[in-house]
Each structure stands twice: as C-alpha cells, then as structure tokens.
Design a protein around this ligand. Structure first.
Ligand code: FAD
Ligand code: NAP
Length: 315
C-alpha cells in the first residue's frame, strides 16, 4: 500500500555524492531520507580496484560503497531501496513519486543521480546488447575467458576496462577514434606495457557483426576516420567505454542545465535554479567526475541545504 512520507530533506541517489550528503545531513539533524535508485552504490559498484580514494591506497569499488551506505545509515539517515519516477519542483514542499507507489514531500531536495553509460547508437549495437555487447567489463568480463574482445574509447574507463579484460581474454583490442588517449598517464603506461592489449588508433566501430540464432557477436567492422576504409576484426565481445551522460531526465525540464543535460549550479555552490533544490556529483559535473569530488559536492549540498532550511522554514 502506498505511503506518504513528509521529510525535511530528500536525497535522490546513492553514489558517493548521495551518501556523503546523507552523512552530513543526518549529523545536522535534518532527518534525511535517501532513495538509492536501481544502482545502489552508484557507478563505483561496477568497477574493481579504486586507487585514488584518499585513505585507501586500494579499495574495491563495491566495498567502498557498502561502507558509505553503512556510515550513512549509522548516522541516522533513512536509506530506502526504491527509484524516483517523477518529481515536481514547482512549489514547496517538493513532491516525488517512487516506483513502489510511495510519495515523498520534502522542504529541500538534493539531486545526486549521477551519470549513465553512453552508447554508440548503432542498430547492431542495440541488437547485440546483452549478447556480446556490454558497457561493464566488471560485470561481463568473465564470459570472455579464452576469447578475443574489443574495447571502444580512449578515457580512463576504456583503459581500465581493457586492462581488466586481459584477466580473461586472450587478446584485447582498444579502438580509439583519435591517436592519443585521454586517460591518466599511469593507466596509459599499463596499457602500453600489457602484451595482450593492442591499440587501434583513428578508428571507429561501424557495425557489430554476429550470428542471429542464438544472438552472439563474432566481430566488429571498423572504419578509419580519415580514409573511411573499413576492415573486420574478429571478437566475441564488444565493450563500449565512451563516457557517461548525466542522469537528469527527472529534472531536465524544470531546472537550468548545461553541456547536454548537466544540472547547472551557482559557482562555488550546489544551488540549482530553484531555491531549495541542490545538485551534487556527476549530475552537475562534466569536468572532474571523480568519486572524491562527488563526495565533496555531497558535503557541500548538505551544508547548503542546512543553511537554506534554517533561513526558509517549513512553508
Ligand atoms: P553515481 O555514482 O553515478 O550514483 C548515482 C546514483 O543515483 C545511483 O545510486 C543511482 O541508483 C541513483 N539514481 C539515478 N536515478 C535515480 C532515480 N530516478 N531515483 C533514485 N535514484 C536514482 N572515480 C574515481 O574517483 N576513481 C575511480 O577509480 C573511478 N573508477 C570508475 C570506474 C568506472 C567503470 C566508472 C563508470 C566510473 C569510475 N569513476 C571513478 C567515476 C565515479 O564512479 C563517479 O565520479 C562517481 O560514482 C559519481 O558519483 P555520484 O554520487 O555523482 O553518482
Ligand atoms: P571520458 O573521459 O569522457 O572519455 C570518453 C572516451 O570515449 C574519450 O576518449 C572519447 O574520445 C571517446 N568517445 C566518446 N564518444 C565516442 C564515440 N561516439 N565513438 C567513439 N569514441 C567516443 O569518459 P570515461 O573514460 O568514462 O571517464 C569518465 C570520468 O570518470 C572521467 O572524469 C574519468 O577520469 C573518471 N574515471 C576515473 C577513473 C580513475 O580515476 N581511475 C576510472 C574511470 C573513470 P575523445 O578522447 O576523442 O573525446
């Protein structure tokens, strides 16, 4: 049966931004409720080694996020396993409806819904999604034991996925549309030193090739960006690692956004274009996009919300 919950602060999202906001908000006695969404723990739950979280020279992404959840819960934040389907920011209290049917009314909202994987947009990619095409090496790498795979992209995710996949695959070809990577130098060095990894520069995937019944990938057709010449590469798996888009669909028509959907915030603040609504983490950040910066923004959002609620008591 549907519950109606009235809260001072609603936090949407359970990545580093959401959990950090929950810790600060609970300690400020704001009685926050945090809705986890369909990916409890956020993006770090689909990676393995995290080597740049201060205080841990190496920590597993899922472990780190579990610790954050436990920390937030221990401070008194209410953590709810549910997904927000819609939100109305037109007047206070703001209202949101969850997948379970529950409704939330809150005086302030922190948006921490992060980002989602981008896809190439090829019909053949869509056709073989889940049948050889993936955006998560950590989730699906194991299926490619003793097989050849390709990774598409040139950022940190692509580099990490390629290195990770060498645990299983006999050969990993990293396909990048330019002739230099944008990933950290330390990852580039690991890539170049790894004998199982080949780099295919200045190429894009034109088509994913495979069998129909049962659907399975057998290769990719790649195209040279300058000449347009195509060739086929044999592979059983295609890992798309070309970045992420902000998960701002809930609010994109209600708030000011920039750079293709990132929620705009005032410089040096997490305040959005609607007073009482704050944004933290990858939903607003198209530059840094790190766990630690997201956590930092989560802290800022809770402090901003605390100040707002003190100055703007319950309507
Ligand atoms: P996210 O982690 O994206 O979490 C978003 C949350 O919002 C999720 O819990 C989701 O369920 C929830 N949500 C979304 N929509 C809704 C909704 N409608 N209702 C309720 N909840 C919703 N960064 C590093 O610093 N170091 C690394 O080593 C590193 N490795 C990475 C490896 C990979 C493979 C990827 C993809 C990213 C990596 N990053 C790394 C980047 C880092 O994960 C992100 O910067 C960080 O997780 C962003 O945190 P966030 O809290 O903004 O959002
Ligand atoms: P990213 O840095 O945005 O890189 C995306 C890559 O994909 C770029 O190389 C880009 O090419 C390429 N690309 C984009 N669209 C493409 C298309 N349609 N076809 C072919 N190639 C395409 O994304 P990311 O690697 O997912 O990283 C996102 C953020 O998370 C970054 O801030 C990153 O630092 C962070 N992260 C950090 C770590 C870590 O610290 N260890 C690990 C993973 C992610 P161009 O280079 O030509 O633009």
């Amino acid at each position: 049966m549907e519950n109606v919950k009235r809260k001072r602060l609603l936090i949407i999202g359970s990545g580093p931004a959401g959990y950090t906001a929950a810790v600060y908000a609970a300690r400020a006695m704001l009685d926050p409720v945090l809705i986890q969404g369909i990916q409890p723990g956020g993006q770090l739950t689909i990676t393995t080694d995290v080597e740049n979280w201060p205080g841990d020279s190496m920590v597993q992404g899922p472990d780190l996020m579990l610790r954050m959840q436990e920390h937030a819960a221990s401070t008194g934040a209410e953590i709810v396993s549910d997904h927000i389907l819609s939100i109305d920011l037109s007047s206070r209290p703001f209202s949101a409806r969850a997948d379970s049917g529950d409704a939330y009314f809150a005086d302030a909202v922190i948006l921490a819904t992060g980002a989602q994987a981008k896809w190439l947009g090829l019909p053949s990619e869509e056709k073989f999604k889940g049948h050889g095409v993936s955006a998560c090496a950590t989730c699906d790498g194991f299926f490619y034991r003793g097989k050849e795979v390709v990774v598409v992209g040139g950022g940190n995710t692509a580099a990490e996925e390629a290195i990770f996949l060498t645990k299983f695959a006999t050969r990993v070809t990293l396909i990048h549309r330019r002739n230099e990577l944008r990933s950290d130098k330390i990852l580039q060095n690991r890539l170049f030193e790894n004998e199982k990894i080949e780099l295919l520069w200045d190429h894009v995937v034109d088509e994913v090739i495979g069998d129909e019944a049962p659907p399975s990938v057998t290769g990719v057709r790649v195209k040279h960006v300058a000449s347009g010449r195509t060739k086929d590469l044999r592979c059983a798996g295609v890992f798309i690692a070309i970045g992420h888009s902000p998960a701002s669909e809930l609010v994109a028509s209600q708030l000011e956004t920039h750079s293709g959907g990132y929620v705009s915030v005032e410089p040096g603040s997490t305040a959005t274009s609607i007073p009482g609504v704050f944004a933290a983490g990858d939903i607003t950040d198209h530059v840094y996009r790190q766990a630690v910066t997201s956590a930092g923004m989560g802290c800022m959002a809770a402090l901003d919300a605390e100040k707002f609620l003190a100055e703007n008591p319950e309507p």
